[in-house]
Design a protein around this ligand. Structure first.
Ligand SMILES: CC(C)(COP(=O)(O)OP(=O)(O)OC[C@H]1O[C@@H](n2cnc3c(N)ncnc32)[C@H](O)[C@@H]1OP(=O)(O)O)[C@@H](O)C(=O)NCCC(=O)NCCS
Length: 239
């Protein structure tokens, strides 16, 4: 039987409007029906829902939403053809980057069918050096598919591992996801090593399942479940 106790009533941390969700949603990410911002349903009796825990600060990095001033860093990142050697896409023109930034500013973590992007910033220089994509593709919003792109000048310094570790902390501790996965072309040694170093479990390899730049290539899948991630891991909370 559905009673009043079956629901949690609280205020949206963004618009302040009254929100009500079934008790099973406690601690999970949902969209505010009024302002459509993504929020976390309180699981501790709070009167106000929790905001999405961004930015995330790690020892050397900040993971944050993109800002209009990031166009230059994005232009540098996306002008490098090598970035797309093992990944879909192509270098983008300035005009396309500006359009991408504008449309990204409207995307929330819970926007259906869209990838929620966070910029990877080197804190010491405040420079945008890459980005992570989080796609909550399953209908319950309890699984994320992660992607990561790093400016070549900043690769092989462990930044990608630091960013991915923080993103996994966000997924499992920040928004209580059930499972996070990542995939790459099987020839992409850097990505395979990165996913293994981050503690993701290799789930399998699909043979010639992707047509990439005119060639059928194999895809390797990696994943972690919340119970595998463990409560004592993850990045420092936002400061
Ligand atoms: C995947 C990517 C983010 C890794 O970045 P990175 O800065 O090299 O990552 P890390 O410094 O954390 O190192 C990852 C591991 O790969 C290794 N590695 C990095 N580049 C390599 C290369 N070209 N060949 C072989 N190994 C490489 C590193 O030595 C490290 O392994 P180790 O711990 O055994 O030493 C980066 O290569 C990239 O942006 N690639 C283009 C986009 C992409 O393919 N993304 C993955 C699919 S979503």
């Amino acid at each position: 039987m559905i009673t009043e106790e079956s629901f949690i009533d609280f205020k949206c941390p963004y618009c302040g409007g009254p929100v009500s969700f079934p008790r099973e949603c406690a601690g999970f990410v949902q969209a505010c029906p009024d302002c459509i911002e993504s929020l976390i349903v309180p699981d501790d009796g709070s009167e106000i829902g929790k905001a999405i825990p961004l930015p995330i600060n790690t020892a050397r990095l900040a993971l944050r939403r993109f800002a209009p001033g990031d166009w230059k860093g994005l232009q540098e990142l996306f002008s490098d053809e090598e970035l797309f050697r093992y990944a879909e896409g192509r270098p983008l023109e300035e005009e396309e980057i500006l359009r991408w930034l504008e449309s990204d500013s409207h995307i929330k973590l819970t926007t259906p069918g869209q990838v929620f992007c966070v910029a990877i910033e080197e804190r010491e220089t405040a420079r945008m050096i890459g980005y992570m994509g989080l796609n909550l593709a399953d209908p319950h919003r309890l699984q994320a598919r992660l992607t990561i792109y790093l400016n070549r000048s900043f690769q092989r310094k462990g930044f990608a591992l630091e960013a991915l570790d923080a993103a996994l902390g966000f997924c499992f501790e920040g928004v209580k996801l059930h499972r996070s996965s990542a995939s790459c072309d099987s020839r992409n040694t850097a990505a395979c090593r990165l996913f293994e170093n981050a503690g993701l479990r290799r789930e399998g390899e699909f043979l010639k399942d992707e047509l990439l730049h005119g060639e059928w290539v194999n895809t390797v899948w990696y994943a972690a479940l919340a119970e595998e991630w463990g409560a004592d891991r993850g990045a420092a909370p936002a400061s």
